[in-house]
Design a protein around this ligand. Structure first.
Ligand SMILES: Cc1ncc(COP(=O)(O)O)c(C=O)c1O
Length: 356
């Protein structure tokens, strides 16, 4: 007889990571293509052999030095900041802290693939609210979908994978409609690439509204996807609840050292973000010129709503040694991360030769 496994897992979607194919250009995981800053690499190497906190010791469970640095970085009091093992861990902590079987977690769809997974892991019910015809998170429709069972709402802006960002005024109207006992997570994994004047800054709400938490990550803009560092900013009571469900020592000492060094060198990242934004605009224009529909992206990727042709398109670019991320279902499409200019050129050449 097989061991008992929770029935909730039977319908749990499995997360499909972007693929790496040796010798091919990977534009599938929204990573930064730039090399790691030498000061960050050195900080990791130093942390391995640190006399009092080397790799033979457990890390600081509260990551206090990093939390203090993040507090300075965001302007939030340290009491309002929590660091975690990537912001995906913080997403899971938020569900675990707020929802259980029978409760509902709302989010736009399509959005970050992990939202339904972390929701179902806890036994709660994911509620997917379709994006608009222009691939934007439909805030009024999400507000309409709130029921007495709603515990948590994820608003991803810029949205992964459609790239679109919500606007400040519409976010405020939405937040005004959310009951005080429902937590809203503004997931800003890509905010450093969002240069639109009308885009909101989640910190403004996380620091003024007790039912709003903002998530950010060092994985994308700071090129630390492999180190696993994300952070949350919220009311201390929300932070305390998230801390209770955190996996002990999940944020390694090497990750903490890497993030501290990256924050100390943050001025060196801005030119990289500017290049990503410029390349994003170039890739968008070239794709539109080639006849593709491309929603305006505020992130470090673009979205091609190719629907049933998504898998075929991804197979085609793979033949040209460019790996993109296909979501091959009814709300599907292809997400293409912005890489170095030559990588983007290789992708554009493949896209132009796709038979249509
Ligand atoms: C919207 C969004 N949130 C959170 C994450 C998680 O990032 P990490 O766990 O690397 O911090 C991602 C990663 O792809 C994302 O796209």
């Amino acid at each position: 007889m097989a061991v008992h496994i929770r029935s909730a897992l039977q319908t749990l979607p499995t997360y499909v990571p972007g693929r790496s194919v040796p010798g091919a250009i990977k534009l599938a995981s929204n990573e930064l293509s730039f090399p790691t800053l030498p000061v960050v690499a050195q900080a990791i190497a130093d942390a391995v052999v640190d006399e009092s906190a080397g790799i033979n010791r457990y890390p600081d469970n509260g990551a206090q030095a990093l939390v203090d640095a993040l507090a300075r970085h965001t302007g939030a009091p340290a009491t309002h900041v929590l660091a975690g093992c990537g912001s995906v861990a913080l997403c899971q902590q938020l569900v675990q802290a707020t929802a259980e079987t029978g409760d509902e977690v709302l989010f736009g769809w399509r959005s970050f693939e992990m939202y339904p997974i972390v929701t179902q892991i806890t036994g709660a019910t994911p509620v997917r609210v379709p994006v608009t015809d222009s691939h934007e998170i439909d805030l009024p429709a999400i507000a309409d979908a709130i029921t007495p069972a709603t515990r948590l709402i994820f608003i991803c802006t810029p949205n992964n994978p459609t790239g679109t960002a919500v606007r400040r005024g519409e976010l405020e109207s939405f937040l005004d409609r959310v009951p005080d006992d429902v937590l809203v997570t503004i997931d800003e994994a890509y905010s450093e690439f969002d240069d639109a004047d009308e885009s909101p800054d989640g910190l403004d709400y996380a620091l003024t509204r007790p039912n709003v938490v903002t998530l950010r990550t060092m994985s994308k803009a700071y090129g630390l996807a492999g180190a696993r560092v994300g952070y949350a900013v919220a009311e201390p009571s929300v932070i305390a609840a998230m801390r209770k469900v955190a996996l002990t020592f999940a944020l390694s000492s090497l990750a903490q050292a890497a993030a501290l060094a990256a924050l100390a060198a943050k001025d060196e990242y801005a030119p990289r973000w500017r290049q990503v934004i410029a390349e994003r605009e170039r890739v968008t224009a070239a794709l539109r010129e080639a006849g593709y529909e491309v929603p305006t992206s505020r992130a470090n990727f673009v979205w091609l709503p190719l629907r049933e042709r998504a898998a075929e398109f991804a197979a085609h670019t793979e033949q040209h040694k460019v790996i993109v991320r296909a979501f091959a279902d009814a709300s599907g499409g292809v997400r293409v991360s912005i890489g170095a200019p030559a990588e983007n050129d290789a992708f554009l050449a493949a896209a132009r030769s796709f038979p249509r």
